[in-house]
Ligand binder design. Sequence first.
Ligand SMILES: Cc1cc2nc3c(=O)[nH]c(=O)nc-3n(C[C@H](O)[C@H](O)[C@H](O)COP(=O)(O)OP(=O)(O)OC[C@H]3O[C@@H](n4cnc5c(N)ncnc54)[C@H](O)[C@@H]3O)c2cc1C
Length: 300
Amino acid sequence: MKNVNEFLNKQEITYQENVSFKRLTTYRCGGKAKYVVFPDSVTKLKSLLKYLKDNNIKYKVFGNGSNILASEKDYDGVIIKLTKFNKYTIDNDVVTAQAGVNLSLLANELSKNCYSGLEFACGIPGTVGGAIYMNAGAYLKDIASLVIDVTLLDENLNVLVLKKEDLNFSYRSSLLQSKNYICLEARLKLEKQENNEQILTVVSNRLKRRLSTQPLDYPSAGSVFRNPEDDFAGRLVEECNLKGKIIGGAMISDKHANFIINKDNAKATDIKQLMDLAQEEVYKKFNVKLRIEQELFNWE
Ligand SMILES: Cc1cc2nc3c(=O)[nH]c(=O)nc-3n(C[C@H](O)[C@H](O)[C@H](O)COP(=O)(O)OP(=O)(O)OC[C@H]3O[C@@H](n4cnc5c(N)ncnc54)[C@H](O)[C@@H]3O)c2cc1C
């Protein structure tokens, strides 16, 4: 990867070297990424991807890293951050938000400005791109319910716009998980209301509920497991008496059993072992296979 610096300098793409995944993920653990790059235009992103593909250099797009458990291994590749794709516009009731926009901040801004729809996203610490990829949601709502269309970069580096019905959205899932597409921006339909009173009440209630039920004072990546149909992963883990279980620096939260927290300088392997343990115990007791909602990155 000797010439990477040369390429990035020539293309004027900002980058950092040997960056710890402690800084790139909300779990605050893991090894180091050889490069983290911050392209600021689609043209630069395309030339970067072409270069990486031509030179067989592995890469991965990261949003805010709030749904990723990176392993302790160093990653000999390039993490692409779309932090500079951070603009949004509002036209009538339609918000066009670039992939790097902070979802929670966007939800707050829109709520204050009397737009209803994204209240559920206040408190989800991801980006618009990550939310589209995961179909982020809460309180029985998800981002798919607002999507009009999404602008993507496909594997051949063509820009395409896919309508909601072509994006295969379902519970915490989207087409992006099966195709190597990069989300560039999304158009969301909101509802403009006369004042923000009701919207802000919903936002405040949701945030209070998060604060009272989630261990927000420790690093985590939100819910570890997908809820099985008609049940709650947290309930199953709790019934196995695993709340408060500690391995190394990680702990199954004693506040919410579907959260694993980085309590004290946890290694990624501590967190992974707790995931495995919870899966095993739940399977033994309930014959239910819990599926991990978070992404294990750089483990193979
Ligand atoms: C305290 C806490 C609470 C949470 N609460 C919720 C919740 O209520 N509901 C919920 O759904 N989630 C929740 N999460 C999980 C997480 O915030 C969401 O899944 C979020 O959508 C992830 O966004 P991100 O930008 O951090 O994505 P990342 O974690 O960085 O990436 C996740 C995946 O998306 C891909 N990706 C990111 N950006 C792009 C892009 N531009 N194009 C293509 N792929 C991309 C990545 O490659 C990766 O595969 C919570 C997390 C925490 C820490």
